[in-house]
Design a binder for this molecule. Sequence first.
Ligand SMILES: Cc1ncc(COP(=O)(O)O)c(C=O)c1O
Length: 485
Amino acid sequence: MTLPPLDPQDWEQYRALAHRMVDESLDYLRDVRDRPTWTPMPPPVRERLTSEPLPRSGVGDVAVYEEFLADIRPYPNGNIHPRFWGWVMGTGTPQAAMEDFLASVMNPNVGGFEQSPVLVERQVIKWCAELMGFPDTAGGILVSGGTLANDLCLAVARQKGAGFDVRAEGLQGGHPTLLVYGSTETHGWLKKGCELLGLGAAAFRRVPVLDDFTVNVAEMEAMIVADRAAGHRPICIVGTAGTVQTGATDDLEALADLAARQQLWFHVDGAFGSMAALSPDTAAQVKGQERADSIAFDLHKWGYLPFDVACVLVRHDADLVETFSAQGAYLSSEKRGVMAQSGVFFADRGVELTRSFKALKVWMRLRAIGTDTLGQHIARNVAQAHRLAALVQAHPELELLAPAPLNIVNLRYTAPGLDDTALDALNREILISLQEDGVAVPSGTVIRSRFAIRVAIANHRSNDADFDALVEAVVQRGRSLTVVR
Ligand SMILES: Cc1ncc(COP(=O)(O)O)c(C=O)c1O
């Protein structure tokens, strides 16, 4: 019996379709500004995407591509658009998308062994370590996102700080309670990480912040001392370079000093903020992160690369291996042949064995454009945030709800006679209508109990006119909704 082939039956016919895909994708990216930032999904599309029966037999390559064009491509969140500033996402570039394609064509498993992709990732890790000011002893690994990158670093901190063989015993041996310290502004990964690693959510000791949303270092130290006195075992302090809510960066120098004084692991969550090190205009904000024991940061946010790719850096590569190595006989290496190790067995530096070639797009983009160019775009986003914050402060109907030191601006529309509860509802409505009308996509949050329109800029396609348009649209909606009330 001849099976239907999985590879193209007719390569020339498939080549035509592949060329069409490339051409139409490039047009789609080139013309992104001409489309609304977001387009609500029509009910029939939603219906098709949610209730299509299991396809026992296929429709073919052309038909399924047409389905993609009709039902899938038009309805993303909009993060590639110049006026998308929701949460903290990135934009990606056409070049990096093509480089992802090249990686998929090679389709290597970058767990380890003798192959160029392993060396490419090792090179990328070395470059990242240099960018972050880490020493030659550093090791690292690329993973899917900031959450997982932070989790891996926390696992290393637990391994180094537990005071017993946590890999062998787990947390079941009647040991002291292990505790981790971070500010109340720490991203949700930390709670999840504590849960995942068996420390329990209560192990995350939430330290209050100062008026500028940075951690109160003195209070952190007092909590550590008190916890020790109570018989618990502090293992790690977490500083954030660029908090998710406001872009505040903890005093990383002070945290490094504290970690040294208290002999604790110092981890920096720099999901986007660590990348500020790439520009001389912004590097001072994250000074001190080079003293950390570990840093986790995304390349799919302020590296402007397509999802998903983030970097784990640990000051001593050996600590990463101590935490994660787990070679079975079936993974044994030899001196020669494919089973020889090119120097880094990445499966021993993380939780995954089979790993994709995320490193290729990082390597090719850094080689193609250089890190200085990347730094210039980061600095431009920061300048845009500062300009937007100034516009907000200068406008009598707008209010800045938090300092905007980096790339995040929290604002709201205000009108005389409306109390905070009414303003919360009004600003929610303004935000949703901005999105539904396709004008722009900021997201929302709550800052000191007040609803904020949150503009997080990790977008190389935005220009000043986009932010002017946002201000105008917020004010215009605010006015018309206030009249309606
Ligand atoms: C400060 C901070 N830490 C961690 C994360 C989680 O990163 P990811 O979404 O890549 O998992 C984010 C995401 O926005 C973040 O802003």
